[in-house]
Ligand binder design. Structure first.
Ligand SMILES: *[C@@H]1O[C@H](CO)[C@@H](O)[C@H](O)[C@H]1NC(C)=O
Ligand SMILES: *[C@@H]1O[C@H](CO)[C@@H](O)[C@H](O)[C@H]1NC(C)=O
Ligand SMILES: *[C@@H]1O[C@H](CO)[C@@H](O)[C@H](O)[C@H]1NC(C)=O
Ligand SMILES: *[C@@H]1O[C@H](CO)[C@@H](O)[C@H](O)[C@H]1NC(C)=O
Ligand SMILES: *[C@@H]1O[C@H](CO)[C@@H](O)[C@H](O)[C@H]1NC(C)=O
Ligand SMILES: *[C@@H]1O[C@H](CO)[C@@H](O)[C@H](O)[C@H]1NC(C)=O
Ligand SMILES: *[C@@H]1O[C@H](CO)[C@@H](O)[C@H](O)[C@H]1NC(C)=O
Ligand SMILES: *[C@@H]1O[C@H](CO)[C@@H](O)[C@H](O)[C@H]1NC(C)=O
Ligand SMILES: *[C@@H]1O[C@H](CO)[C@@H](O)[C@H](O)[C@H]1NC(C)=O
Ligand SMILES: *[C@@H]1O[C@H](CO)[C@@H](O)[C@H](O)[C@H]1NC(C)=O
Ligand SMILES: *[C@@H]1O[C@H](CO)[C@@H](O)[C@H](O)[C@H]1NC(C)=O
Ligand SMILES: CC(=O)N[C@H]1CO[C@H](CO)[C@@H](O)[C@@H]1O
Length: 717
């Protein structure tokens, strides 16, 4: 399996070699950068707001990396320190703001580059130039690799004064990674095996499927390194570990701290150091792995009502987390090659839009996947075995605009927003996201004639949400559009076949409620009523249903839905436009609702459903051209959302406009917002204030996957 995946990547690599130099814009400067972002519970970001470059008398890199889950509510910090000791008498920080008794020198940050899988920092530590790379792999070809909840940080050093220097390097993490309760008691195991050295840390009293401040209370955390010469490892207080490293260049000098102990008192840290000897450059990067595992990952009630405790997918290949960590650490040379190849492919594709667009996809990719988990069920015959054909991916509603980060499981509007990323990166995974929603909605626990808005309210308990709601057109349209897109992009009709009666119910619902919109219908992201954009989603959903029927040879159904959508489309066009017929209104018949982004047109384009006449794309592009020139910071979604832009929906619009210059401007507006480095605008937010640039409920929302809308059009039939 592994060999096979590497071969696949080699082919991809060769194919994209010509465009391999494609890069983003070197001037991107964003408020927060991803460090270790692989799951809803492994999401560590650094606040780089106002971090000055090329300056020695200010903090430079010396800021504590913060975790997102928790940073808004609690200001929660995840302790993660990096040190380098040079010529025995100077110790520089390259990560975090660790204290040490003798004081520490600061590295000077000279550059940060973001690629889809990596955050690469250049800095100078006295006579050495450092390259620090944070790699959170994205592994489209292999679900085992994708589900490993670990990230790498690597250090490379080169002398800048022509001399060789004595060099030791160090990194630690604190217990803050293991619980949202900073007074919780933790315990740990410090081990050296034949191949790796690691620390494993866990709560003394883990609470299954429970969170505090968005952190998991049932996780183990790890820091690990491959066995190498002159290596040392130790658990002790922060002052002792960092102080001993500073004085001796190693951390194994005295007896370690033993657990259990509270996270913050006496503040044990888990350190691994290495002596590189006297060198003028590192020959290979020095690599640490950090990670957070949970097993089971998600509590789920299946379609037949049975309760499942679903495991992370990597359990199909590794019996224990230590086996998984060991593999991950040893796989670094392959992982970095795969990451570079994937980055080059994505950046090459994105460069066809623009360099600014390449920056946006670079920032969005880890965030989109980081809100999800890939899980596997047990074999029904033998519960100690895993069933690799029972794969489900769950999404957590992290840090998104509407409603605020609330832990909903598989929020359907979020799946719709993120879908372009999944269609682009591996459309099979898009099906893994849809299946739990379809299965829940097809079960007796869901009795409404429209699609659910999620499958549960508190991640990671995917145990059902039977509440009725008023987003029937929105969510049913979303599900039909996504179901057809998945079948098209994969050529796999098994989901639409298995759930056909359910999908047809939703098609019928849209026929009865989309035009005119029945009065109770609301949209997830607008305060207005009678929304043209919402009705349009319903009409495209009906046409999608027609094509689903056609794919399954349900000719009568297909004809019926095609007829209705065609009649509705004509009626929609007669009512949805301004009096000069030059643009789409927010609300039917309300000339004061002068404008709308009408992002659902993207679905018509993606599916090639041709619900809307091509002339309307042209006039809407022309209209957006005037809107973008009058509103430099971004285009509001509609009249009711003046002053707010939505990143994903703006990129949906970039995916449907017929004029490439409008697409470029839409991209530049989002880039300008993301790269505005003066204020803390938060992690790449899905929604932001156009005037101030501030993120609205900023956080690592997976909904940001909508940034891939223009790239997902590769699946267009
Ligand atoms: C550190 O030690 C090196 C080599 O012994 C010496 O050249 C240098 O001057 C010392 N630097 C400081 C800041 O003491
Ligand atoms: C910092 O210095 C480096 C190396 O001299 C230079 O390439 C880079 O442009 C500088 N960056 C800024 C923001 O001034
Ligand atoms: C950052 O480091 C990388 C790898 O060492 C190097 O290729 C690149 O030129 C450096 N960038 C800057 C701006 O110094
Ligand atoms: C997509 O994912 C599936 C299952 O995880 C895998 O079998 C397939 O090889 C992947 N496709 C590509 C193109 O990587
Ligand atoms: C946090 O941990 C302490 C120590 O175990 C415990 O007394 C307290 O109840 C915990 N708080 C919460 C919110 O779980
Ligand atoms: C999930 O369910 C378990 C068992 O009912 C409960 O203890 C836990 O608090 C729930 N988790 C969340 C996030 O609500
Ligand atoms: C290990 O450390 C010793 C003493 O500092 C040094 O002589 C030796 O070169 C180091 N070995 C390596 C491989 O760095
Ligand atoms: C639909 O009919 C065509 C032509 O008869 C056939 O090739 C295809 O396999 C059928 N598809 C399904 C899903 O039954
Ligand atoms: C919706 O639009 C219709 C037709 O233009 C109008 O009759 C109705 O009053 C509107 N409803 C609302 C709630 O604005
Ligand atoms: C945007 O920010 C400005 C300045 O802080 C504020 O006055 C305005 O109300 C905000 N607008 C929205 C839509 O939140
Ligand atoms: C923002 O970044 C630019 C370089 O792109 C820099 O010149 C400027 O000082 C930065 N502004 C702030 C407030 O940090
Ligand atoms: C605390 C510390 O190590 N400070 C050192 C930083 O580097 C300068 C030389 O550039 C030393 O003089 C300081 O002692």
């Amino acid at each position: 399996m592994l060999i096979c995946s590497i071969a696949t990547f080699l082919l991809v690599f060769i194919q994209w070699f010509d465009t391999a130099r494609a890069q983003g814009d070197a001037s991107l400067w964003t408020s927060w950068v991803p460090l270790a972002v692989r799951s809803p519970y492994l999401s560590c970001w650094m606040d780089t707001t106002n971090v000055p470059f090329n300056s020695s008398n200010v903090d430079g890199i010396a800021r504590a990396p913060s975790v997102w889950p928790g940073f808004l509510q609690t200001g929660g910090i995840l302790g993660w320190a990096g040190l380098i000791r040079i010529d025995t008498n100077r110790t520089f920080m390259w990560l975090g703001t660790p204290g040490a008794p003798g004081g520490l020198n600061r590295s000077i940050l000279t550059n940060i580059q973001i690629t889809p899988t990596r955050t690469i920092m250049n800095m100078t530590a006295g006579p050495l130039d450092l390259t620090i790379t944070f790699l959170s792999p994205i592994e489209p070809a292999n679900p085992v690799l994708q589900s490993l909840p670990f990230s790498y940080v690597s250090l490379e050093a080169t002398s800048n004064d022509g001399q060789a220097h004595s060099v030791q390097v160090y990194s630690d993490i604190s217990g803050e990674w293991v619980s949202g309760n900073r007074t919780a008691i933790m315990n740990w195991v410090d081990q050296t095996t034949d191949t790796i050295v690691y620390h494993q840390v866990f709560p003394q009293n883990p609470q299954a499927f429970t969170e505090i401040s968005n952190q998991a209370e049932d996780a183990s955390i790890y820091i690990a390194q491959q066995i190498r010469p002159n290596q040392s490892s130790r658990t002790d207080t922060d002052a002792n570990c960092r102080g001993q490293f500073q004085t001796s260049g190693a951390v194994n000098v005295a007896s370690p701290e033993t657990g259990p102990a509270p996270i913050q008192q006496p503040f044990p840290v888990f350190a691994i150091a290495a002596d590189l000897g006297t060198i003028s450059a590192t020959t290979d990067p020095v690599v640490w792995g950090v990670g957070l595992t949970r097993d089971p990952a998600v509590a789920y009630i299946a379609g037949d009502g049975s309760e499942q405790q679903r495991s992370p997918y990597w359990r199909s290949q590794f019996d224990t987390p230590i086996d998984a960590v060991t593999f991950f650490i040893q796989d670094y040379p392959n992982a970095i090659e795969r990451a570079i190849a994937l980055d080059e492919k994505i950046l090459g594709d994105a460069a066809n839009v623009s360099a600014h667009y390449a920056d946006l996809v670079s920032l969005a990719a880890r965030q989109a996947l980081g809100g999800t988990e890939l899980t596997i069920g047990q074999s029904s015959a033998d519960s100690t075995q895993f069933n690799t054909s029972d794969v489900k991916m769950f999404m957590k509603n992290l840090g998104s605009q509407q409603p605020t980060s609330d832990g909903r499981v598989s929020p359907v509007e979020g799946l719709y927003s993120a879908f372009p990323f999944f269609l682009y990166v591996n459309a099979t995974w898009a099906g893994y996201l849809l299946e739990p929603v379809l299965e829940f909605a097809y079960s007796p626990r869901w009795t409404n004639p429209y699609a659910p808005r999620d499958i549960a309210l508190n991640y990671p308990n995917a145990t059902g949400d039977s509440n009725s709601h008023s987003e029937g057109v929105e969510q049913s349209g979303n599900m039909l559009i996504m179901s057809l897109a998945h079948a098209r992009a994969t050529g796999d009709g098994s989901l639409i076949n298995r759930f056909y009666p359910l999908l047809k119910t939703w098609g019928d619902y849209l026929v009865n409620n989309s035009l005119p919109l029945t009065t109770s219908q609301i949209s997830v992201d607008s305060t207005e009523t009678n929304l043209t954009n919402l009705a349009l989603k319903g009409i495209i959903g009906i046409k999608a249903m027609s094509e689903i029927s056609a794919a399954l040879n349900m000719t009568d159904d297909s004809q019926h839905f095609a007829n209705v959508s065609s009649i509705f489309a004509q009626q929609w066009q007669a009512q949805a436009l301004s009096t000069d017929h030059q643009h789409i209104l927010t609300s039917f018949g309300d000339p004061d609702s002068s404008s709308a982004l009408t992002y659902n047109l993207f679905a018509d384009r993606l599916l090639n459903t041709n619900v809307i006449q091509s002339g309307l794309y042209t006039s809407e592009s022309a209209f957006l051209k005037t809107e973008t020139s009058s509103s430099n910071g971004g285009v509001p979604v509609d009249t009711g959302l003046q002053g707010q832009a939505n990143t994903a929906w703006s990129m949906f619009a970039a995916g449907y406009v017929s004029d490439p210059s409008v697409r470029t401007t839409l991209v530049d507006q989002i880039w300008g917002h993301v790269s505005s480095n003066g204020t803390n605008n938060g992690i790449f937010p899905t929604a932001y204030n156009i005037t101030s640039g501030a993120g609205i409920n900023p956080g690592p929302s997976p909904f940001i996957g909508g940034v891939f809308a223009p790239l997902s059009l590769k699946w267009r039939p």
